[in-house]
Design a protein around this ligand. Structure first.
Ligand SMILES: Cc1cc2nc3c(=O)[nH]c(=O)nc-3n(C[C@H](O)[C@H](O)[C@H](O)COP(=O)(O)OP(=O)(O)OC[C@H]3O[C@@H](n4cnc5c(N)ncnc54)[C@H](O)[C@@H]3O)c2cc1C
Length: 456
């Protein structure tokens, strides 16, 4: 038996290193390794060079659906050892690559601080931050990638670099939203913000009330305070024991999210929550309603994302304000009576700080849209996968007049969906910087579709 840490298909080490959260998008690189130290990352790069393999990176495989073929590549699963280090005076956390947001939230909470994490504790910090990152705090603090202070990565030459605004400003710029392909990130430093009280939760109604609820929500969303970031979704969850009885086997509509409270004056967040929730509750009594004033730890449970890996096909577009016509189209293809295989489909509120350009940020600093639409289905077989793909087209056709053509990179879940978050000039500039740190294209396979003009 070989003692090489670089595992080949069929071995348990290969299975462990290639395991992905999206079970519908398995990856099959030529070889795989789980790296726990910077030295192991360096060794992986050396092995790939010696074997003539490209290098790919993964933390959790949440984004596996949007990952191109790993043929001819060594996959490095990053599980760098070490704790999340919180510097409460500077309000910065240093996070080893491989850490998931749940562990970061646990580390920051005792300091009365929070990071701009997404909706699920299981999501990896690195992929989320490099691709933008939409948080339920995002309308207040902006795209999460703007909060990155420094990135530690091993580049193609095997060098460990700590990249920040002073050590290598142009690489730091390109890393934040540039589409990947720069090296293996081993740790990342991120700004934290004060957070001790939030109002968060989810309210759910029978789908019959969808038309009124979405109109009320959209009206509120147009003038909502930046402290509030919410989503409205149509849920068609299967009739299985894992799903809450209230939601099982029947279409429902949910409104969830978070409102960040000012610790000095809780009455503000209470009033903001009432302005959101009272008009919605007046439409009809929710069948479930978990919205409450609580601590930030609860925000990671609000969206009720799956804790365990699931198979999923997803689609996403960025939309302008919908207005009555857009809402009517949304309801026609997704509302009461619509024949759709999507288990979840809805709108995440943008605007606020999400829409603010950040002069200190990277190549992606903001999203110029009112909503991110995203929908997902669970493919059981080829037939259901086809139905799901067809439903993506149905929704896209219905919402075309409101489609900005842009993308939120963390929400792109298909290799067939080109990215739309960078201009041609930005793509060219990022390519130049990428070529400087990876002249031979060792990490070429990692680049997201349409974030390079260099032929792969
Ligand atoms: C249940 C669920 C909930 C989600 N919620 C949100 C949300 O609220 N907001 C949001 O914006 N997104 C959300 N997402 C999307 C998620 O942010 C993206 O899938 C993100 O890419 C996940 O990062 P990851 O590192 O865990 O993923 P992975 O699939 O492991 O990695 C994705 C990519 O990141 C890069 N990468 C990962 N690790 C490294 C490394 N060590 N070095 C260099 N590059 C690396 C690689 O390019 C890799 O292909 C959610 C996804 C799921 C499945």
């Amino acid at each position: 038996m070989s003692s090489s840490p670089f595992a080949r298909p069929g071995s348990p080490e290969y299975e462990a290193a290639t395991h992905v959260f999206n079970l519908a998008a398995p990856v099959s690189p030529a070889a795989a390794v789980t790296a726990r130290t910077v030295e192991e990352v360096r060794a992986a790069i050396g092995f790939a060079r010696a074997e003539g393999l490209g290098v790919r990176m993964i933390t959790t495989g949440h984004a596996a659906g949007g990952t191109t073929s790993m043929d001819g590549a060594l996959l490095v699963r990053t599980e760098l050892s070490g704790p999340v280090e919180v510097d409460s005076a500077r309000r910065v956390a240093r996070i080893p690559a491989g850490t998931k947001w749940g562990a970061v939230a646990e580390a920051t909470a005792p300091h009365g601080l929070a990071a701009p994490h997404g909706s699920a504790a299981t999501v990896g910090v690195v992929g989320y931050l490099l691709r933008g990152g939409l948080s339920f705090y995002g309308r207040k603090v902006g795209l999460a990638t703007n909060s990155v202070r420094a990135v530690e990565l091993v580049t193609a030459d095997g060098e460990l670099r700590r990249v920040d605004a002073t050590t290598d400003p142009e690489l730091f710029w390109a890393l934040r939203g540039g589409g990947g392909g720069f090296g293996v990130v081993t740790a990342i430093e991120v700004d934290l913000f004060p957070a001790t009280q939030v109002v968060t939760g989810m309210a759910i109604w029978p789908i019959a009330h969808a038309a009124e609820l979405i109109s009320v929500w959209e009206k509120w969303a147009a003038g909502a305070p930046w402290e509030a970031s919410t989503s409205l979704r149509v849920l068609r969850l299967p009739d299985v024991p894992d799903v809450l009885p209230e939601l099982r086997g029947r279409p429902t509509l949910s409104v969830d999210g978070a409102i960040l409270g000012d610790p000095e004056d809780i009455s503000v967040v209470e009033r903001q929550a009432a302005e959101l929730l009272e008009p919605l509750r007046a439409v009809a009594e929710p069948i479930m309603d978990t919205w409450q004033l609580t601590t930030p730890g609860a925000v990671l449970a609000t969206h009720m994302d799956p804790d365990e890996p699931v198979p999923a096909h997803g689609d996403s577009i960025l939309l302008t304000e919908l207005g009555p016509d857009g809402i009517a189209e949304f309801l026609r293809v997704l509302g009461d009576g619509a024949d759709t295989p999507l288990v979840v489909a809805g709108l995440r509120q943008l605007g606020g700080a999400f829409a603010e350009p950040n002069p200190d940020g990277g190549v992606l600093t903001h999203l110029d849209a009112a909503y991110v639409y995203s929908g997902a289905g669970i493919p059981f077989d080829a037939e259901s996968a086809t139905r799901i793909s067809e439903s993506f087209e149905t929704v896209r056709a219905a919402l075309r007049p409101w489609d900005t053509g842009g993308t939120a990179p963390t929400f792109v879940e298909s290799v067939h969906q080109p990215q739309g978050h960078l201009s041609d000039e930005q793509v060219t500039e990022v390519d130049r910087i990428r070529a400087r740190v990876d002249p031979e294209g060792l990490f070429r396979g990692d680049i997201m579709p349409k974030t390079t003009v260099v032929a792969s």
